[in-house]
Each structure stands twice: as C-alpha cells, then as structure tokens.
Design a protein around this ligand. Structure first.
Ligand SMILES: Cc1ncc(COP(=O)(O)O)c(C=O)c1O
Length: 359
C-alpha cells in the first residue's frame, strides 16, 4: 500500500491552486501577481528585508536549506508553515474524512489535536497515558480501531513533560504501517537532551515529526513550524496548503535566528533553561504547598499543589501567571509553570515562599 491511499479521495482528485509565485521565478519586471510595484510606504527599510510588496516564496528555498541542515533531513521531507499548529490542521484535513475517519490522542496532552479533529468532523479515540504519564503501547495497539488515520504522540508531552523512547515510537510506527500515520510532536525536544526521532524517518514512511521555532528558538510571534515526513505526505499537504503560508518578515526572522550567531546564543539559552528547570524542580518539591513535581524533559514543570486555585490567585496578585491544567483528567490540582529567565524563576519561588509564610 502507498501512503497516498490513506489520504481522503477528494484530496487526491483535487486540482490544487497554482499561485503566481510558484509558476515562475522572480524576474526584472514582475507583472504576474497583481502586486504593487513599490515597497510599502511608511514601513522602515530595516523592517522590510526582502521586497515586501512581493508575495513570498511558498516554501522559501533558503529557509528550507537551513531547516534541512538543522534537523538533518532532506529538504524534500520538510513542509514549513505557520507554526506546527498549521501542520496539525493540514494533516487532519488531508487524511480524515468527516464522519468516517478518526484520530488517536493520548490524554492528558496538547489540545490542538482534538480541536482540529472536531473541526474536521473526525472522531477522537482516546488512549490515556499510563499512571506515570507514559504511552501505554499495548493498550494503544489493542484498542486502535481501523478508522484511525492519524496517531498524535507528543514527546516531550505537553503538559506532563514526559519523553517517549525511540523504541516505543518504532513499535507503534512499525505496527501501523499501511494503516495510519504516526505523528510525533517534538515541539519541546530541544530541551530533552535526547535526539529527535527524525533519525527514523527513512525507515517508516508512516512517521511524521512536528518541529517548531516557537519554543527553543524564541520565535513564537513569527509563527514558523514544520512537518518532517515522507515526500508523499509533504506533497499531499502542499495540495491543500494556502498558497503563501509564511509572511516575509517571519521568513527573515527565522533566517536570522538560524544564522551562526543566532544558533550559538540559542544553544546556550537551551542549556540555561535546562539547568533552571532542574533548579526549579528541586526547589519546588521542597515547598510544603507542593505535593509533587512531574519529571520534565521540556521547558515547563507540571506541579501538583495542595491548593492550586489559591496558589494561582496569589501568584496573579504578585503579577505572575501560570497555567491551570486541572481541566485535564488526572491533572486536578496541577499547574503548569514555564521556565523563564533565572530572575523570573526566582521571583516565582519568592512569591510561593511568601504565600507559605502568610499561610
Ligand atoms: C506540543 C505542542 N505542539 C505544538 C504547539 C504549537 O506550536 P506552534 O507555535 O509551532 O504552532 C504547541 C504550543 O504550545 C505545543 O505545546
């Protein structure tokens, strides 16, 4: 079976939109895309970078080349778009027929897999993580109905911070060849001190990996993320992707961050976040208001408090916001705390100590 056979028939028969920029290269006189002939008035030159009056390259060649180097995969296996959120949406729309197909998720996990499935009218099959918040492979493989086209596995998982081993991912991908795509969301992998599963890409054509520049690379505002997958999957998604997914300023920002200087600073910052995560975990677990801190391989900690609502309220009064993740089954009483700068983290600890003292 070819991976294309998993896609919705409507997508296979679709005549994709052909954009002006994809049909011809840049030329001296550009009169094919109804663009303005001048750069925008009032926008400072420094902010314009490449010609802002021109539509951007749908998959910018220089950005693809940098990402290919960064992730050690061939450019043909990369689809870059508006954050990994866009890739999640495209995958569900491409592979799930409304009212027929399903996605599998492993709660508690990132919410967008379920939201995209609901928007598409795809059913959601939940295979809960085990009691240590690890993937329950036996349960997954036993319970997965034939209607499941996409399995979303988040590693490190948001909001628990747990990492899934390559052996587990290989077992799932190997068992589902010809049946479903296994999408490993590695939004936080840079903080895991563990290699990406992209090393397995050539071995399993049903494996896809989500990467983003929003977290370790500090570019959440630029919205740049990608899917690494088999070339067939990439070409299927390109059929339904909007013609110009990446704004020019975002392309420029990503190229800047991935340049040698940006790379060096980012690698150093990742190290800082990891050491702060360990410092914070050790300090938090000593506080009487804390019941447990889940071991985390991401840039956040999932912490169970004796009274999470009171902690959240009092932190807010100190000008500190954290995320209540108690709405997830089995995370009642937990708050998710992102690792900030050393000063911000110390501020949070001081506020928690003040709360203990004031009772
Ligand atoms: C696990 C996970 N995947 C994907 C995303 C979305 O990332 P992006 O900014 O690339 O859309 C997030 C954002 O918080 C996330 O936690």
């Amino acid at each position: 079976m070819n991976i294309r056979d998993l896609a919705r028939p409507e997508i296979l028969s679709l005549q994709p939109y052909s954009s002006a920029r994809s049909e011809s290269a840049m030329a001296e006189v550009m009169l094919n895309a109804n663009e303005a002939p001048w750069p925008p008035a009032g926008v400072p030159k420094a902010m314009q970078g490449r010609a802002l009056n021109r539509y951007p390259d749908p998959q910018p060649a220089d950005l693809l080349a940098r990402l290919a180097e960064l992730y050690s995969v061939d450019e043909s296996r990369i689809l870059v778009g508006r954050g990994s959120d866009e890739a999640i949406d495209l995958l569900v729309r491409c592979f799930c027929r409304p009212g027929v197909d399903a996605v599998a998720i492993m709660p508690p996990t990132f919410g967008m897999y379920a939201v995209c499935a609901s928007v598409q009218g795809a059913a959601r099959i939940e295979i809960p993580l085990d009691r240590n918040f690890h993937v329950d492979v036996d349960l997954l493989l036993k319970k997965l109905p034939g209607s499941v086209k996409l399995v979303f596995l988040c590693s490190p998982n948001n909001p628990t911070g747990t990492l899934t081993s390559h052996a587990v991912i290989e077992r799932i991908a190997g068992s589902l060849v010809d049946r479903a795509l296994v999408i490993v969301d590695e939004a936080y992998i840079e903080f895991a001190e563990s290699p990406s599963v992209s090393v397995l890409l050539g071995r399993y054509e049903n494996l896809g990996i989500l990467r983003t520049l929003s977290k370790a690379w500090g570019l959440a505002g630029a919205r740049v993320g990608c899917l690494l997958a088999d070339v067939e999957v990439i070409s299927l998604l390109r059929r339904i992707m909007p013609p110009y997914p990446l704004p020019t300023p975002s392309i420029n920002a990503a190229l800047g961050a991935l340049h040698a200087d940006g790379l060096a600073t980012t690698r150093q910052r990742i190290g800082l976040i990891i050491s702060e995560r360990e410092r914070m975990a050790a300090a938090l677990v000593r506080l009487p208001s804390v019941i447990e801190v889940l071991p985390s391989k991401a840039n956040f900690l999932c912490v169970r408090f004796v009274d999470a609502a009171q902690v959240q309220r009092s932190l807010q009064r100190s000008g500190i916001i954290v995320r209540d993740v108690g709405r997830h089954a089995r995370l009642a009483g937990f708050l998710r705390i992102s690792i900030g700068s050393r000063e911000e983290n110390s501020q949070l600890l001081e506020a928690l100590v003040r709360l203990e003292v004031s009772g």
